[in-house]
Design a protein around this ligand. Structure first.
Ligand code: SAH
Length: 214
């Protein structure tokens, strides 16, 4: 095993399984995706540490545990179509790609979107489409979605995202202030969103029509 593969095994054991993530498919996906390939060269040695890392333009790749937690909260199934808001490095999308049928990932910063596409392409991941758009509007063209993951902090869950969630679909999003948020899961049942909270998290802001102002 190379150094990074060893670090990845430790990451999954100590940061993810040890904190209570038990979904075997999610653990396997976290083991399979080479996180260091999504981290800029100056931070690559820290790729498997228990923290977010800078990816340029003031944006970050989320902490591994948070990626695993959000992934498990949407209960990804093999036939699912999932929408991600905030492609960033493409790492979260790569983890999802191994678990579901198709991922659409929306990113507002074109250079970041190109980086995500390049990272995914290099690993031969073909079931993720990265689009440049304001993700607070969702991506109606491929709706409805079985799962939606918002990887930037929103003042409230953007209404278009609730509308684009399938019946029985699961959405996770950090909702709250610009500095600290609550990780919220919404499940759509009988057309109505049911909310549950999963604790405090810290994300960069979601900027757009139904998010924060720039
Ligand atoms: N999921 C990413 C991390 C995302 S960081 C990963 O795995 O690496 C949050 C990202 O959300 C940033 O890239 C930021 O540019 C993007 N973002 C912020 N507001 C957005 C919006 N309205 N629509 C789409 N992307 C947005």
């Amino acid at each position: 095993m190379d150094r990074y593969a060893r670090e990845r095994v430790n990451m999954v054991d100590r940061q993810i399984r040890a904190r209570g993530i038990t979904d075997q498919r999610v653990l396997e996906a976290m083991l399979a995706v080479p996180r260091h390939c999504f981290v800029p060269a100056p931070y690559r040695r820290a790729a498997y540490e228990d923290r977010p890392l800078p990816i340029g333009e003031g944006q970050t790749i989320s902490q591994p545990y948070i990626v695993a937690l959000m992934t498990s909260l949407i209960e990804p199934g093999p036939g699912d179509r999932v929408l991600e808001i905030g492609a960033g490095s493409g790492y979260q999308a790569a983890v999802l790609a191994g678990l579901v049928e198709r991922v659409i990932s929306v990113e507002r910063i074109p250079s970041i979107a190109s980086g995500a596409r390049m990272n995914l392409e290099r690993l031969g991941i073909t079931n993720v489409e990265v689009v440049v758009s304001d993700g607070t509007e969702g991506w109606a063209a491929a709706a409805p979605y079985d799962g939606i993951i918002v990887t930037a902090a929103c003042p409230a869950i953007p209404r278009p995202l609730i509308e684009q969630l399938a019946e029985g679909g699961r959405l996770v999003a950090p909702v709250g202030g610009r500095d600290v948020q609550d990780l919220i899961r919404v499940v759509k049942r009988g057309g109505k969103p049911e909310e549950e909270s999963f604790g405090a998290v810290c994300f960069v802001p979601l900027i757009g029509r139904h998010g924060w102002q720039e």
